[in-house]
Design a protein around this ligand. Structure first.
Ligand SMILES: CC(C)(COP(=O)(O)OP(=O)(O)OC[C@H]1O[C@@H](n2cnc3c(N)ncnc32)[C@H](O)[C@@H]1OP(=O)(O)O)[C@@H](O)C(=O)NCCC(=O)NCCS
Length: 192
């Protein structure tokens, strides 16, 4: 069974492993290959430990876990493993929306199983709890994930340039002027 819950500090290594796998897959051809090759699970685990503990600006991290029976392969273990995560809080940049989904990553083998939708819903519910009436997410313009956000009703609000790994890349902000609209768009959960 897939579960979505608030992250605990001991989830940090699992989140870091998903970060590295998802970045190498999603950003191949978009970000610098040497940078992607050098991503360090150890350093990212330390980063996510701090992110989970630091609740300033309403920041929160959610994880999706899959039990052994959900894992691909012939001999899955019994342990639930982290297969996706999302994080965010009050928007880092004022003006576009009150709340921001800063990260959202699902392992390739677990895509199209409503995990991204459930993580977005967890974030939307959290943003509403901390008093945000609207939400935004930044996505690299070349990333097909932009169509996922459009599918959930996000509207393109602006584009700008951001430097990632020393390379300028275009990014697009998708916004939901009403947090209720994002909650509605993520309400139907179909799990397979
Ligand atoms: C984007 C991402 C999080 C989506 O997660 P997911 O678990 O595969 O998505 P879901 O299964 O919850 O999909 C929900 C709906 O969106 C649709 N969808 C998913 N990815 C889509 C895409 N790239 N384009 C268009 N629609 C998409 C699904 O078909 C589904 O539609 P339905 O409910 O009408 O059947 C996942 O593909 C991912 O991790 N991508 C790589 C990392 C990344 O780019 N993250 C975003 C960084 S800003």
């Amino acid at each position: 069974m897939i579960c979505v819950r608030r992250a605990r500090p001991d989830d940090a290594p699992g989140i870091a492993a998903v970060h590295v796998a998802a970045w190498r897959s999603a950003y191949a051809g978009i970000l610098d290959e040497a940078y992607l090759a050098k991503l360090s699970e150890t350093r990212l685990a330390a980063f996510y430990t701090r992110a989970i503990l630091d609740r300033r600006d309403g920041h929160a991290v959610f994880v999706a876990t899959a039990g052994g029976q959900d894992q691909p392969g012939d001999a899955p273990g019994p342990e639930a493993a982290i297969v996706g995560f999302a994080s965010g809080g009050r928007a880092r940049r004022r003006g576009l929306a009150e709340g921001e989904v800063e990260t959202l990553y699902v392992l390739d083998d677990f895509r199209e199983r409503a995990i991204g939708r459930r993580l977005m819903r967890a974030m939307a519910a959290h943003l509403r709890v901390i008093g945000c009436g609207s939400a935004l997410v930044w996505v690299l313009a070349e990333n097909p994930a932009r169509y996922f956000y459009a599918h959930l009703g996000g509207k393109e609000a602006m584009t700008d340039m951001v430097t990632v790994a020393g390379r300028p890349v275009k990014q697009t902000a998708f916004t939901w002027p009403s947090i209720e609209a994002l909650l509605s768009a993520t309400a139907q959960v179909k799990e397979s």
